[in-house]
Ligand binder design. Structure first.
Ligand SMILES: [Zn+2]
Length: 422
């Protein structure tokens, strides 16, 4: 008997049902207060204008185990045309995407000249890897970042992916042997439209590959900074299996990967109730062992988050009292949640340093209005403390800054506050 499919297309505004299974049994995991959109950095002119904030609460579905936020901000507002996030400028991510393209082609044994479509293709970094392996590639990207992909020779449609776009692509390019969605599948409010579009576009022997931040890592590393309005859902593997059971598709394999502080890669094939790989059943057992479906786990998580807030704020205040310079380095989306929740403003952190290619330079962190400046300032100023806000890449970043002659002490904010002296 076919399952009754819950509504998977979400209107902007409050959400009181699970985004996967439709259950109304939602437990509060943590309330991070009202927060601005993390990738809506402000210009100097906007600093004297009102600023919009939205509720940011993590909720857990006690039926399927999905963790989600309970307020949807319209996609056009979150992914505004000048959305500043580019995959290709972070070397780790660029390398990671290249390896991903090679692994996927090898696993699926994709014939040369097959069509590969990337949903939320950003600047085309992932598709470049497929193109190098002889595939025909097509990106779908709603923001102006699409122009960087086109400049790099990656055909890109600037739009949100839906059934109409899928229909057009099938007509012009045929069905896709591979569809990828990296770091976007937790983000879409029109999840149902995307899944119906994937059903249309994916060839019968095709594979849909998703990579996203992972609930298991969020809990074990106290990564509450991955909670922001772009991340509507934080999946466990069990909740993803449930999601695809409502469509003519099945999760057939999964693996954990290190990107973004811990992610999962999921492989989905056409057809219902397909057999699961050994790796997939092992990961499901691991989730149960880690307590991902027990409420005590989330009580402990909430305590860890409050302790973290107190520890980091204390360090910032102590530095200020001692007349020490306490600054930030790197401005990933997640640092907006961290600094707004902990309550670190420009009195405590006078600036955030970023690499010269960042689209955030010259702008101000939403909510706290900390200016984002070029990272050469760290070499000139040698501040006492530099907080590594992109803590999920801290080793590479720290080595790079040391090599440039930055002698400051570094602070690793998560999974627990740690001062690195050398
Ligand atoms: Zn649910």
């Amino acid at each position: 008997m076919a399952l009754i499919r819950p509504q998977h297309d979400f209107e902007p505004g409050p959400l009181n049902r699970c985004q996967v299974c439709g259950s109304s049994d939602l437990d509060l995991v943590i309330d991070l207060g009202h927060q601005p959109l993390c990738d809506s950095l402000l210009s100097r002119d906007q600093l004297v204008q009102p600023e919009t904030t939205y509720p940011l609460r993590l909720m857990r579905c006690t039926d399927c185990g999905l963790v989600q936020i309970d307020y949807v901000v319209a996609g056009q507002v979150v992914y505004h045309r000048s959305y500043p996030y580019r995959t290709g400028i972070t070397k780790e991510l660029s390398d990671h995407h290249h390896r991903l393209s090679v692994d996927v082609v090898r696993r699926h044994n994709t014939p040369v000249d097959s069509l590969v479509v990337d949903i939320g293709s950003n600047d085309g970094t992932l598709l470049k890897g497929f193109q190098r392996q002889g595939m025909r590639v097509l990106g779908i990207e709603p923001t102006d970042i699409a122009k960087f992909a086109r400049e790099a020779g990656i055909e890109t449609i600037q739009a949100f992916f839906d059934e109409e776009i899928a229909r057009q692509v099938v007509e012009s390019h045929g069905q896709a042997k591979l569809i990828t969605a990296t770091n976007v599948f937790a983000h879409m409010a029109s999840l149902g439209a995307v899944l119906r579009a994937v059903e249309k576009l994916l060839a019968p022997d095709g594979l849909f590959v998703i990579e996203n931040h992972y609930l298991g890592d969020i809990i074990s590393n106290v990564q509450y900074d991955t909670a922001y309005h772009e991340h509507l859902r934080t999946y466990s593997i069990q909740s993803l299996i449930r999601l695809f059971s409502f469509y003519d598709m099945s999760v057939v394999d999964a693996q954990r990967v290190a990107s973004y502080g811990g992610s999962i890669r999921i492989f989905v094939a056409r057809g219902g109730n397909l057999p699961m790989s050994r790796g997939l059943t092992d990961l499901l057992a691991e989730e149960i062992g880690a307590g991902l479906y027990k409420s005590e786990t989330y009580v402990a998580f909430r305590k860890n988050v409050s302790k973290h807030k107190a520890d980091l704020l204390k360090l910032a205040i102590t530095a200020a009292e001692q007349g020490k310079r306490f600054v930030g380095n790197s401005c990933p989306g997640r640092c907006s949640t961290l600094l707004n929740y902990v309550g670190i403003d420009r009195e405590l952190m006078p600036y955030i340093a970023e690499q010269p290619t960042s689209l955030k330079l010259g702008l101000y962190l939403p909510g706290k209005h900390i200016p984002v400046v070029e990272n050469s300032v760290l070499v000139e100023e040698q501040p006492d403390y530099v907080v590594l806000l992109a803590w999920h890449y801290w080793q590479t970043i720290l080595a790079g800054l040391r090599a440039r002659g930055v002698r400051s002490k570094f602070i690793l904010p998560l999974p627990e506050v740690q001062v690195i002296e050398n």
